[in-house]
Design a protein around this ligand. Structure first.
Ligand code: SF4
Ligand code: SF4
Length: 426
């Protein structure tokens, strides 16, 4: 299947310092215009050719869990509003939103309500799509994944279920760190197109960052969002994607190429894009490019605009990158562990429970994808319910850490891993 992101990918980076409504609206509008406008972006899509502006547009959010917008876990409602209003203004009226959250409880609608998204959707008349139920899709061309269970809305709108495509997807991703893949941006956000419990099963099947990234490359080839809009106004650093800390990056990033967009994200946080397995796997699969010579950055906003409209990744790094952003920048030794023996073990990292934050809710246990759970909740000597690990079983997928609502799971690195991480910076 041919992908739309080929050579010469453009990424619009527009400064936006707050979630104040007018600022976000202006930044989103400017970024989309820098890429040529919506009609031009959608122009070659089969559904656009058939249905024109009546084609369904799915706004695929990041609704990881029911977190307030200021926690920077989910796509901010003002970014969602700005995109919805822009689409309406440009004559696109058939809008749907959704995501498959990390946990099936409390459901998509309640999660959207908790994130402040549902209120905006109701105000703008944007319908909730069917992200609760799945359609089995065979994908014989997949390099890592030969089949997916896609959310019904995604299967229908893309035509992945064998029908004619009914519309297009706009990927409204969030700029965050991720324990398995270092970052979660445009590429990783498509994982929420996979229905409910099938996401956990994927973690059990594709365990290493590289294998998981190859599955994501296949997934991106199947669902192919037409446009990626990243909420990087307040990003998440550290213990992401669910328990990290908000970090102001003050930017909206927009591209038709998810790999180029994630590469710009990496550049802004001083992370070598080649260390991110989703970038390299997706480039190999033809989803997009991380090659700095193929990426053109279109700057917008104030004061970026005054510094020159088109710049390279190197220029972006010099002028705007932040080394303060907390992300894993060291090389990963897991691939060579068997060769390195003890060194590999000494470079270990693993999830640990912060006992005084744990309320014993059991979400980590429910989320663990293993049949024989590697984390269970049990009573401690004082009679408190608290989560405990069996590391002999744990595959280090970090689903438990991702979904803990109390930020009670952190990732502990060995001393050697900490030292290397501090020294081995790009
Ligand atoms: S670690 Fe988090 S998810 Fe697990 S039981 Fe404790 S509070 Fe709940
Ligand atoms: S305990 Fe956590 S990190 Fe380990 S396998 Fe289960 S969900 Fe993954």
């Amino acid at each position: 299947m041919e992908h739309r992101a080929t050579k010469g990918s453009k990424v619009a980076v527009v400064r936006c310092d707050s979630y104040e409504r007018e600022s976000v609206s202006s930044a989103v509008r400017e970024a989309v215009e820098l890429l040529g406008g919506l009609d031009s972006i959608f122009g070659e899509e089969p559904a656009f050719k058939t249905h024109g502006k009546n084609a369904e547009i799915v706004l695929k959010l990041n609704l990881l869990n029911k977190a307030e917008p200021e926690k920077a876990v989910t796509t901010h409602p003002e970014v969602f509003r700005a995109v919805g209003e822009l689409l309406h203004k440009e004559g696109y009226g058939n809008l749907v939103y959704g995501d498959s959250p990390g946990s099936p409880v409390p459901g998509v609608e309640k999660t959207a309500e908790g994130c402040g998204i549902k209120a905006v959707a109701d105000e703008l008349g944007i319908r909730l799509g069917d992200f609760e139920h799945g359609t089995d899709i065979e994908y014989p061309d997949g390099k890592a994944a030969k089949r997916f269970v896609l959310c019904n809305e995604i299967a229908k709108v893309t035509g992945a279920d064998g029908s004619q495509p009914e519309g297009m997807i706009i990927n409204l991703c969030k700029m965050k760190t991720h324990q398995l893949e270092r970052i979660t941006g445009a590429v990783k956000n498509t994982f929420g197109c996979v229905q409910g419990v099938n996401k956990a099963m994927s973690h059990a099947r594709y365990q290493s960052p590289e294998h998981f990234a190859r599955m994501l490359a296949d997934l991106n080839t199947v669902v192919r969002p037409s446009l990626h809009i990243m909420d990087g106004i307040v990003a998440m650093e550290g213990n992401g994607p669910g328990s990290g800390d908000p970090f102001p990056m003050n930017a909206i990033l927009v591209s038709t190429d998810p790999v180029a967009l994630d590469t710009v994200f990496c550049t802004l946080i001083c992370l070598d894009p080649q260390l991110v397995a989703t970038n390299t796997a997706c480039a190999d699969a033809g989803v997009g490019t991380w090659d700095d010579e193929q990426i053109e950055i279109l700057l917008g906003g104030v004061p970026m605009q005054k510094e020159g409209a088109v710049i390279t990744l190197d220029e972006l790094a010099v002028k705007y990158a932040s080394r303060e952003f907390n992300v894993q920048r060291s090389r990963d030794f897991r691939g060579s562990m068997s060769m390195m023996g003890m060194v590999g073990k000494l470079m270990n990292k693993r999830p640990v429970v912060i006992a005084n934050r744990c309320v014993g809710c059991g979400i980590c246990e429910q989320t663990c994808p293993l049949e024989n759970k590697a984390v269970i909740v049990r009573e401690d000597s004082a009679g408190n319910r608290v989560a405990a690990y069996d590391y002999s079983r744990c595959i280090k997928c970090y689903c438990c850490q991702e979904m803990c609502p109390e930020r009670a799971i952190t990732v502990k690195k060995s001393l050697l891993a900490k030292i290397v991480d501090r020294r081995w910076k790009v």
